[in-house]
Design a protein around this ligand. Sequence first.
Ligand SMILES: *Cc1c(COP(=O)(O)O)cnc(C)c1O
Length: 401
Amino acid sequence: MSRPDLLARLALASEERARNGLLRRMRTITAIDGAHVVIDGRRLRNFASNDYLGLAAHPLVREAMTRAAARWGVGATAAHLLGGHRDEHEQLEHELAQWTGRSDALLFSSGYMANLGVMQTVLEPRAICVQDKLNHVCLLDGAHLSGARLKRYRHLDVDSARRQLEGDAELPALIASDGVFSMDGDIAPLRELSDLAAQQHASLMIDDAHGIGVLGADGAGSLREAGLDEQQVPILMATLGKALGVCAAFVAGPKALVDGLRQFARTQIYTTAMPPALAAAIRAALRLARDDHERRARLHARVAQFRAGAEQLGLTLIASRTPIQPLLVGDSEQALALAQELEAAGFFVPAIRPPTVPADSARLRITLSASHEEADVAALLDAMAGITRKLRIYHPGMASQ
Ligand SMILES: *Cc1c(COP(=O)(O)O)cnc(C)c1O
């Protein structure tokens, strides 16, 4: 028999990744306090978390979870449609719809599952799915899973998207974009995309994983900030594991969409409902994300502090006004070396390398949080001052970014 061995092939793929300096390494955190984590016995200032509002350890969120666990137990014990749907889930869905100004909302156990579920439900093999090149991988996977034809347009380029649509004017079409791009921190041209969708009779889906809690009045996200309602952007997906500090996700929009998902979204139907205590924790986090304006202002002050400081150091950042502030390095090994230097100096800032980002665009992905003190950001900038010289040596041409 000459049948190729699948596991041997996998081992070869890992070896090749190691040879290219792209091996992933799991880091285990053994303690956490505020914006600090302990890794390998060292206390590091954490600039890697998506807990933008510092809600993951908030006393009210912890308390809500503990209280709900005492009331409901831990597991939901079944899928939503088969007895797993508790009052906590139901209330949360109402509150999410209300917060985002949508008619209805449906919970999913993760953002990844939500995007797969939406695409598989809404698309069909005859359709096209038009996506920004830098969309999160689960939007791309969702399109593949649906069988629709995936067409990708240049990052933020609405004309490029228009050309993709005009090339297939007779086919049903979905435009999908991140609201805030997860590895770049920049924001999609939301209004232009919504106009394009209307002109082209296409549906529009925005993944606001990094906008919810951060942008817009009451932290309701990038669509609130852009003033786009559910007629203009019918499909809103957002995650609850980033600024809300818990986990899971929801899709919100018109009744027909959400009812359709309840009927047909396989990644929602054929999976155990999230523990009700998580839903309770998310409800507490939602209230804080919506009402604690001072907390959000603190986050944006840290972002401004970081950008001003980085500019003074002569570092060139991507045009981002969100908590995601990547420092482009280019070469993967150099990005890794810089991350290691920062770690030696007491900072956890992971290097992001291909295939998570496009070839030759490895970076340090710095994320800011309301749980950072002004002094944390100042200390990071000090440490970065020490490596800027090297950055310039590594990348003399990077200033054009
Ligand atoms: C994190 C992320 C997701 C996935 O959400 P999870 O709840 O972590 O599975 C989806 N889209 C974007 C843009 C993300 O950044």
